[in-house]
Design a binder for this molecule. Structure first.
Ligand code: NAP
Length: 304
């Protein structure tokens, strides 16, 4: 039986792996994707991780992984489907052989939310995207729209503005949610037009590809057709916590309820990073969570 299985290899999971290995625990990090890093691998520029100003998210993830590898952290890819209690710990079942462990850190992160408007699914991959850094290059010299007003939407719009002819940012309020430094960068882009107080209500296409976004002003009710080739949807995230339902308490959005040490409602199971209910979701807070959770795992194991 292992001391610890860490589910997820984003900044929280990789940090937990580093701390656990340095603490001499028999630990395994299970990752769903073939590339470690979670959401940050799709971030063009990270400007607030101390020591690495302006680093590309993919590069930062690679550095974290190299650091973990150098310390001997053990990783495996697996699609975790269930965690259940067994005598003395937990069984983690996936598409591979089940693993028995005394403790679990859930660091499974979050994924993008869908908007749920007509055309979103129809034109998925044909002009509708959730990742500007992955797909932005296809829209060089073209007009695109970004929906949302948070950090991701504003980062995406800044990134797209470098290559696209015009970028509309469609936001449902009259103020952006994103950090001020990002807003300042966005407002400095000549080819960005913000469509305030408006919702994207439908995505239209021609010849199987996106050709327009319909937006509606929430006060006047007036609708407008934006002729665009791409629609980037950045309206928040949903936690990857579905498979843990019933085992640990979650809030109404599915975020795992845990205290500052990462302890959940089930002794022996800890949560770290974006999957945890908390006030601030950043790389630094994910990294801090990963370290805290391992310290809590050590205390828990010592008390058993
Ligand atoms: P977010 O901060 O939750 O922002 C989501 C945005 O989408 C908000 O502006 C929200 O509008 C809008 N929205 C939500 N539902 C909508 C709907 N149905 N229709 C239209 N608009 C909708 O999410 P995020 O930008 O994906 O960021 C996720 C987390 O990662 C955040 O905690 C963020 O701070 C963090 N993050 C940090 C950095 C960084 O530090 N550099 C970078 C990326 C992400 P309202 O504003 O009206 O609610």
């Amino acid at each position: 039986m292992k001391d610890l299985v860490i589910i997820g290899a984003g900044p929280a999971g990789m940090t937990a792996g580093i701390y656990a290995t340095r603490a001499g625990l028999s630990a395994l990090v299970l990752e769903h994707n073939y590339v470690s890093g979670g959401q940050i691998i799709n971030t063009y520029e990270v400007d607030n991780y101390p020591g690495f100003p302006g680093i590309n998210g993919f590069d930062l993830a690679q550095k974290m992984r190299e650091h973990a590898d150098a310390l001997g952290v053990v990783f495996d890819t697996a699609d975790v489907r269930r965690v259940e209690r067994i005598d003395g710990g937990f069984r983690v079942s996936s598409d591979k052989d089940p693993i028995d462990t005394k403790t679990v850190i859930i660091a499974s992160g979050a994924d993008h939310s869908k908007l749920g408007i007509p055309g979103e699914d129809t034109y998925g991959g044909m002009g509708v995207s959730y990742c500007a850094t992955c797909d932005g290059a296809f829209y060089r010299g073209k007009d695109v729209a970004v929906i949302g007003g948070g950090d991701v939407a504003v980062e995406d719009a800044i990134f797209l503005a470098r290559a696209c002819r015009k970028v509309y940012v469609v936001h449902r309020r009259d103020a952006l949610r994103a950090q001020k430094s990002l807003q300042d960068k966005l407002f400095a882009c000549d080819n960005v037009e913000i469509v305030w107080d408006s919702n994207g209500t439908a995505i239209e296409g021609k010849d199987g590809k996106v050709s327009a976004l319909i937006v509606q002003n929430k006060f006047s009710g007036e609708t407008k057709k934006l002729d665009v080739d791409g629609v980037f949807i950045a309206v928040g995230i949903v936690p990857n916590s579905e498979v843990f339902g019933g085992l640990i308490d979650q809030d109404d959005k599915g975020y795992i309820l845990a205290d500052e040490t990462g302890a959940t409602s089930t002794p022996g199971i800890f949560a770290a990073g974006d999957v945890r209910a908390k006030a601030l979701r950043q790389i630094v807070t994910a990294v801090g969570d990963g370290a805290n959770a391992v310290a809590a795992v050590e205390r828990y194991l010592n008390e058993q």
